[in-house]
Design a protein around this ligand. Structure first.
Ligand SMILES: Cc1cc2nc3c(=O)[nH]c(=O)nc-3n(C[C@H](O)[C@H](O)[C@H](O)COP(=O)(O)OP(=O)(O)OC[C@H]3O[C@@H](n4cnc5c(N)ncnc54)[C@H](O)[C@@H]3O)c2cc1C
Length: 396
């Protein structure tokens, strides 16, 4: 098979499909090439937290711009048709608590001020407020927390499928079971890709291959600092004492995050996430010892969960960069773009990143949020991304 398009996107995770949606909406002929199926990578096993708390302004701006999609999905992305329905994004509002150790209280306050300047609904809360919001939580170790009443979580596979369906309604093509094996280049410009299903031609190729993006960068002759990051999560069954729900939480003090899902609570840990493993490793099971560490950690914050039970555990891989921020923009041969390296936090920003990348590719710069700080050249230039009031790295 051979074919041509205006833009080829490698990878049908939430970022490849978001970009396809935004490009197709502007009349661009897009082909998305996916080695497995939509959301087969990080997107399909993502915890789906949707919150705006970041220590880098552009991250918070991207999350806030994306939030407008999550809470108005049908208006912003579309309803679909009976043949190709939009499955929505499954956004559930739970409220979001950012807990920090007392050492980070001043940093939290500074970051909340920055979020309020952007217009994000967020307030500072104290242990009494936390107790009212979540009576089962232990909060004696907390001085201050940030509370985002509108935030929650969404269903990453649904979001990616919805983006892809709506892109297809605007003329985009999706070809699954189609691994890109090489880039085609002539005189320093990309001309297309070689795949398991033949050659595809386009003057623009976007690398949205997630944990596999480092391999695609090598095809373009790029030697960038890019690695893989493995992350395990588990679901526990909540005992009835906790009640039907609790907020979504990032708990820096205990190096974990958790959120409800029906009668279950999903838990992930910030530490012990291996860097540099093959992204083709087993993701159906969590690694040895993870469940024990996770149970011990969540029971520190919600002691009554000792009466709960394990439901399931699994893992996943994302691409990670040295400053734990994505690489967005042109790099290497003319026409080659990176949209990858989301370092374990890229679901919640995908709607706006896709829009910004479409503006960068079509208009030469992004307008909704200035994404120039995410340039792939920043490492060679010695300009890693660091917030004005930084916490330590999330993953360590
Ligand atoms: C367990 C886990 C929990 C997470 N929780 C959260 C969270 O709560 N909130 C949040 O915001 N973020 C979270 N993240 C991060 C977020 O899910 C990712 O940043 C995001 O899904 C990355 O999307 P992507 O499209 O870049 O990559 P992916 O979803 O990995 O998509 C890349 C796609 O490219 C395809 N591909 C690779 N190589 C090729 C090739 N050569 N040819 C064709 N196709 C190829 C793959 O099959 C894959 O489908 C989590 C990540 C993990 C792993």
């Amino acid at each position: 098979m051979s074919d041509s398009a205006d833009v080829i996107i490698i990878g049908a995770g939430v970022h490849g499909t978001s970009l396809a949606f935004h490009l197709a909406r502007r009349g661009v002929k897009v082909v998305v090439l996916e080695k497995k199926f939509v959301a087969a990578g990080a997107t399909g096993c993502s915890s789906g937290l949707v919150r705006m708390h970041y220590d880098v302004r552009q991250d918070a701006e991207l999350a806030w711009a994306s939030f407008q999609y999550f809470r108005n999905w049908k208006e912003m992305v579309g309803e679909g048709t009976s043949v190709s329905p939009s499955v929505g994004c499954g956004f559930t509002r739970t409220g979001f608590l950012q807990l920090v150790a007392p050492l980070d209280a001043a940093t939290l306050k500074a970051n909340v001020s920055m979020h309020q300047e952007i217009g994000i609904p967020v307030v500072i809360v104290k242990p009494d407020d936390i107790h009212r919001l979540a009576p089962s939580f232990e909060s004696d170790d907390i001085e201050l927390a940030a509370y985002e009443p509108e935030s929650g979580y969404a269903m990453p596979s649904d979001a990616a499928n919805s983006f892809m369906n709506m892109a297809r309604q605007n003329g985009a093509r999706l070809i699954q079971d189609c691994a890109v094996t090489d880039l085609l280049m002539k005189n320093g410009k990309v001309t297309g890709v070689q795949t398991a299903q033949g050659e595809f031609y386009a003057p623009i190729v976007v690398n949205a291959a997630g944990a596999w993006a480092g391999k695609v960068n090598l095809m373009a002759g790029l030697d960038l600092p890019y690695d893989t990051w493995r992350h395990d999560t588990m679901f526990v069954v909540r005992p009835h004492e906790i009640g039907p729900r609790h907020p979504t939480v990032i708990d820096f003090a205990n190096e974990m995050y958790f959120r409800p899902e029906g009668g279950l609570t999903l838990v992930g840990l910030e530490d012990g996430n291996p860097i540099g493993e093959s992204p083709d490793g087993d993701t159906e099971h969590s690694r040895k010892g993870f469940v024990e560490r996770g149970i011990e950690r969540i029971c520190r914050r919600i002691p009554v969960l000792e009466k709960g039970g394990l439901h399931s555990a699994h893992g996943g891989f994302d691409g990670i960069t040295p400053d734990q921020h994505p690489m967005l923009g042109a790099a290497g041969p003319d026409g080659f773009y990176l949209d990858c390296g989301f370092s374990g936090t890229g679901f919640k920003t995908a709607p706006a990143v896709g829009l910004c990348m479409s503006e960068l590719i079509l208009d030469g710069e992004s307008k909704v949020v200035d994404i120039s700080i995410y340039s792939p050249a920043r490492f060679a230039e010695g300009k890693p991304i660091i917030g004005e009031h930084p916490y330590r790295s999330i993953w360590h």
